[in-house]
Design a protein around this ligand. Sequence first.
Ligand SMILES: Nc1ncnc2c1ncn2[C@@H]1O[C@H](COP(=O)(O)OP(=O)(O)OP(=O)(O)O)[C@@H](O)[C@H]1O
Length: 364
Amino acid sequence: MGEVSAGEPERREARGEAGEPERREARGEAGEPERREARDEAGEPELGEARDEAGEPVIATRALTKRYRGGQLAVDGLDLTVPAGSVFGFLGPNGSGKTTTIRMLMGLIEPTSGTARVLGQPMPRATRAVLPHVGALIEGPALYGFLSGRDNLIRYDSADPSADPRTRRARVAAALDRVGLTAAAGKKAKAYSLGMKQRLGLAAALLQPRRLLVLDEPTNGLDPQGMREIRTLVRELASDGTTVFLSSHLLDEIEQVCTHAAVMAQGRLITQGPVAELSAGARGRLVVTTPDPAEAARVLKEQGVGDVVVADDRVTGEPPDRDLAEVNAALVTAGVRVRGFTVQRASLEDAFVALTGEGFDVAG
Ligand SMILES: Nc1ncnc2c1ncn2[C@@H]1O[C@H](COP(=O)(O)OP(=O)(O)OP(=O)(O)O)[C@@H](O)[C@H]1O
């Protein structure tokens, strides 16, 4: 986080306008290397490397709550558990409280109540011990457009008091290589596409080895190619053992890259767990393809299939509890010509709709 937030005047101004005094304070502190060192010497708790191995979650919150000064309850009693080594998707419509949660996790704003632990340490109290182990990309990377991609990274690295200047060039080259920007490293950042800027931001977060990467809507605003590049990168990073926590309002994105997910709506946690289990929780739909849809619909209803919908030659419905072989046999016995008989796997979207009774695209 330190690297990403260090020294970007345009962004700081923009944030200032948004009127977040707590955050500005936190950022000011993060920009003072001497003070950071002093605090470290003052004996902040050391991170126990054994913790993750012992199975302690990388992120754990209990009843975490944030009410903004204007009275808006943005996060409401959140109990979040992010297992070590997971690619964790933090999913929710716009305004559901994802960014507010991430800000609390990163020690940028204080919770109103409840607790948050990151890498086994309490936040925001242990911010200075924790953040060096966390790479973060929040609200797009802070870049100097007039500097090359490489020089932007050199600036970031120079702002990190723990980074050895003698190995800076090698570190920057490795980070550029990691995100596939070696060939474009000499170009000015303002000439980069949005996807390249995101990748440069990721490179900045990856200058040091990290135990946790926190990415807030990393593919937001990217074209499909840019999205693919970021997703591929996330998968690669995760395969190296880094825990990745990424927020998104895109269900299929979470299904494509994440092992685990939490779903937020209106500041509340709707569900969390392994992605496969979340979708399994919602039942898929039975799909019968037939040239006799009306007769098929009648038989399916008789067989206990719920919410039967006919669309051309497809009849779909909620599978009943009984053996589907019997349902199929009943169709055939009734003279329905069956071309296809399948149960479509439930998607995370089905799970969301089943849990909230709403479509996913509702504003929070
Ligand atoms: N600084 C603030 N002051 C007051 N209210 C805020 C502030 N920041 C966010 N909110 C409100 O808190 C709620 C949650 O916002 P948050 O940005 O955390 O949601 P989000 O899920 O990240 O949405 P998005 O994807 O749009 O950023 C929203 O109703 C939002 O308007």
